[in-house]
Design a protein around this ligand. Structure first.
Ligand SMILES: NC(=O)c1ccc[n+]([C@@H]2O[C@H](COP(=O)([O-])OP(=O)(O)OC[C@H]3O[C@@H](n4cnc5c(N)ncnc54)[C@H](O)[C@@H]3O)[C@@H](O)[C@H]2O)c1
Length: 318
């Protein structure tokens, strides 16, 4: 069994720990918050680290899970790769696209495994679309809508969110990567991105955007429509639509709907897979198990189109 260490013990870390417990050895946990690190290491009876340097210099460690704030992803992933450790990296891969390409280069040169947590590709409904020939013809267009609620307290209680330097953006780089990834996953080869970002709701609270819209131009005239905001009154379900020559697929409320010939049919339902925060996606356990058991998982290179979209849209800071 591989020895895993989880770096950064905040909200997402329990998804990683729970998954590791089923398919690898939770060798250690690491956080700069000493009390948090001590409490969690005692709970799971594993080693404690307070500095990632000690974890990557421990020869027993095979894999590091990077679950820290965005501005640390590149630095910590690079450090782990340089020490020959395999990596499970939370999104976004990096804040800066040049860092993304540099990391990709190091990962390839070192021949290590690096997964990027685009877990929603492995939600049963999304996998159903990829794995079944539904005879719908070519994709004509894709649409993704993301309307969630992030309160001022969500930002004021965190020392890194809401700032260009530490979060690298707002809605787009934090909440939207999965939606953008699925648009690009089904849209095809990305040619151009046009869009706008703005701060509509959290003025005076955050520096970054809370609202964005974009048109994504894919090969063969396929267009992607995106709208997202964290200024909604609730965390609505993802809403993904794929328009084909002979029908429409819609992924909403955890159900995959086929709309064809005036009929609506449910093809797949993953709404029953509950999690504390099901709207984040339900498949960390799937991708982490696949990663350790040499199954299919999202590789760092699968993040490239999302990195390009984010780069284009976030270039013009508001
Ligand atoms: N894939 C998903 O759907 C999903 C969902 C939520 C969060 N995330 C991502 O997970 C990452 C973490 O988010 P979060 O909500 O858990 O953040 P968080 O703020 O709740 O937790 C971050 C943790 O990292 C620790 N930390 C800070 N600097 C550190 C350092 N140098 N070394 C070790 N630990 C350090 C902090 O003390 C904190 O415990 C972000 O990249 C976020 O975008 C992904």
């Amino acid at each position: 069994m591989k020895n895993a260490v989880v770096i950064g013990l905040g909200s997402i870390s329990s998804f990683h720990i729970d998954a590791i417990l089923n398919c690898a050895n939770l060798y250690g946990v690491c956080d700069v918050d000493i009390k948090k690190a001590d409490d969690i290491s005692q709970k799971y009876k594993c080693k404690v680290f307070y500095d990632i340097n000690d974890a990557v210099n421990d020869e027993n460690v095979d894999t590091v899970h990077i679950c820290t704030p965005h501005y640390l992803h590149f630095k910590q992933a690079k450090l782990a790769a340089e020490h020959g450790k395999d990596i499970v990296l939370e999104k976004p891969a990096t804040i800066d696209i040049n860092d993304y390409y540099e990391l990709l280069k190091i990962v390839k040169a070192k021949n290590i495994k690096c997964m990027i947590c685009l877990q929603n590709r492995y939600n049963p409904c999304v996998a159903y679309i990829k794995n079944n020939d539904l005879n719908l013809g070519n994709v004509l267009g894709v649409k993704g809508i993301l309307t969630w609620k992030r309160t001022p307290e969500y930002y004021t209680s965190s020392n890194w969110r809401g700032k260009w330097q530490t979060e690298g953006g707002g809605l787009l780089i934090n909440q939207a990567p999965h939606t953008l990834d699925l648009l690009a996953y089904f849209g095809g080869d990305l040619i151009e991105v046009k869009g706008t970002i703005s701060r509509r709701v959290l003025n005076g609270v955050i520096e970054v955007e809370d609202t964005a819209e974009a048109t994504l131009y894919f090969k063969n005239g396929v267009k992607g429509i995106f709208y997202g905001t964290t200024g909604h009154a609730d965390n609505s379900s993802y809403d993904l639509e794929i328009v084909y020559e002979n029908g429409v697929l819609r992924y909403i409320f955890g159900k995959l709907l086929l709309i064809k010939d005036g009929d609506i049919r449910v093809l797949c339902n993953d709404a029953h897979i509950e999690g504390e925060k099901a709207y984040w996606g339900r498949s960390h356990n799937v991708i982490i198990a696949n990663y350790y058991q040499d199954g299919e998982y999202p590789h760092l290179e699968d993040y490239e189109k999302t990195a390009i979209i984010l780069d284009k849209l976030l270039k013009n800071r508001i």
